[in-house]
Each structure stands twice: as C-alpha cells, then as structure tokens.
Design a protein around this ligand. Sequence first.
Ligand code: MN
Length: 374
Amino acid sequence: MIRFIHSSDLHLGKRFGNFDGDLPSRLREARHAVIARLAQHAREQSATTILLAGDMFDTETPASDIRRQALAEMAHHAPIRWVILPGNHDSLQATQLWTTLREEAPDNVILAVASRPIALTADVVLLPAPCTTRRPGRDLTEWMDNEATPEGAIRLGLAHGAIQSFSEEAAASDVIAPDRAQRAGLAYLALGDWHGAVNVGPRIRYSGTPEPDRFKHDHPGEASLVSIASCSALPEVTPLSTASFAWRTLELHLLDGNDPAQALEALLPEARCRRQTLARVMATGRTRLPTRTALTRAIESATPDFALLELDDAGLTIECEVEDLDQIDRAGALREAANALLAESGDESRSANEREIARDALARLYSYARVAGS
Ligand SMILES: [Mn+2]
C-alpha cells in the first residue's frame, strides 16, 4: 500500500514579464507558496511522498534564491519525501543546476536524475524518466518495459512530456507511448508537462500544475492524491485544490439593448475572490457604439478589484448607424476619420488584426467625442 501526492510543473521563478506592476512578483511568490500547500495536503492525507513530475524550475538557470528557498521549504516538511524529476524546462542538460542541487538537497529530497529504479519502500519501486534535454527526440519511458523489480512490488513510473501531439511544447518525436503503464506493468504513471489535470487512463495521469500560469486550460490548480493498495489494484485518485490564483476566461455575449455593466457584473466572481483572479472577458455578439463604450467603462470600473481584468473584443461586431457617427461629428476631419475607420473595420480584405485596430480606434474616438461633448 502506498499513498502519495502527484504534482508537476511548479515552474518556480517564472517571471511573468508580460504583466505590469506587482502582479509578476505576486504570481512568482504564489508558485513558491505551493510547496507548503502540497506538504500540508500530504500531512492531512497521510501521504508519505510527493512526486514532482518535471519543470519544478521554469528555467535551466533559476536564481540562487529561488533554488535555495525552495529546498529550505522542502527540508522543513520532513519526514515527507520529495522526488524531483528533471522536465523539459529544467532538463539534465542544465548540468550546473543539477550539480548544485545534488550538493544542496536536504535528506528528504530525492533527485530522480537517472533512468534507474528508486526503492521508495520495501515493496514500492519508482521508475523515473528524467528529461535528458529540452527536446529528447525519443520516448524516455521505454526502458521501464524491461526493468525487473522484486515479485509483487508496486511499480510507479514518473515522466515528463507529451503522449499525443497536444503537448505544451514538445515535438512529436518525444511522444510517450500512451499504453506505457500497461506495457511496463506500472501500477501508475505520473506525468508532467500538460498544465491542466488530465486522466489519460486508469493508470496514467497528468496532475496539471498546482498553480495555473496561463488562461489556456481554464481549470483550477490542483494536485493528485494517489492511493494504491497492491501491484494489481487500480489506483484511487483524488484531486486536491492547491492554487491561490484563478485564471478565468469569461464569455460575455452582448446584443444591442443589453446593459453591458449589468451583464458583466453577473459574470464576474464575487468581490472577495477578485484580488486573486486573472480574468479575460471574451466579448461576443453585436452592439452599437454606445453599448461598446459602456462596456469599456464597466471593465475600467471593475479593473481595480482584480489581479488582472482584460477585455478581448475580437468576437464583438460593432454595428454602426449614421446617428452614432453623428455623435462624433456631423462633418469635418473627425467625421471623416470615423467614416474611414468604420470602413476599415468591416473590410474583409484586411487582416483580422488590422480590422481589430480600426474597431478599437473607432470605439475610442466615439468615447472621446462623447466625453468632450457631454
Ligand atoms: Mn511545464
């Protein structure tokens, strides 16, 4: 019997350079804080071991504070054991990183840096497949098929990479055989790389990242609690919530006549959660310029509540009536600019990006004109 926590893709030290202000450091700090949260779950659930299936670090050269503070936090939670697997972001090619980790790792941290079995207990053997390079170009789990272990032992696999071409970033030649658990007689294959939790089969699973780092997956951060009774028993998997930030894509469908402020408010999470929420509002539907302006105002008014609030209006069609353009001006240079932007925003011979720029500019021109005229 073994009970452990499976996690991956902590990406400690990730810089989040595409965001402004305090947000990058808040997101970076949240990734570090996940270590303590995983340990707390392990204690509460009587799990003895935490398997990290690759990409613990975001880069091959994490800053020394990132590395040392992570190891100090892990040491603090002994006797819980941590197993760290090199992923594609922190592969074995980063020789300096792994040499330093070997010198600094506390006793309760196991570095799974070789394709060799590691005895976790008398009857549980871990078969790790560390990433040798960023793009290994072959299935690194293949060796597990022929590796003998004591009779009746529970065989656990640990690997990082794609099982299909839906990987975060690996090339197709790196694909892990989706039936590896079956072929290698594994009770469970713990995978990392995909940042959302995915059950690939009864014995093979991506834990997902414990702290989401992008909008793509639209899935709360979690880790997997895994209990296995014997080498033939099916693993029992329970998700554990681990994230401090939520990344949410919210679809706002507008029709003209809708009050965008009301529609937005109905969509947004409750006030207290907003500080820890990054939200992207995807507006769709059709509106006229006044509604579009009211939507921008509603977004601007809610923005200070959030870690991040963005509007993506690429799917929103602006219907423009002459009377709307009349609000900008009845004639003259501004009106001509508005006419030109309206024509560009609907000109199918232009790229989607050009049309979007024209649409945004027209909406801005309208809102400036309204402010100036009011
Ligand atoms: Mn990753």
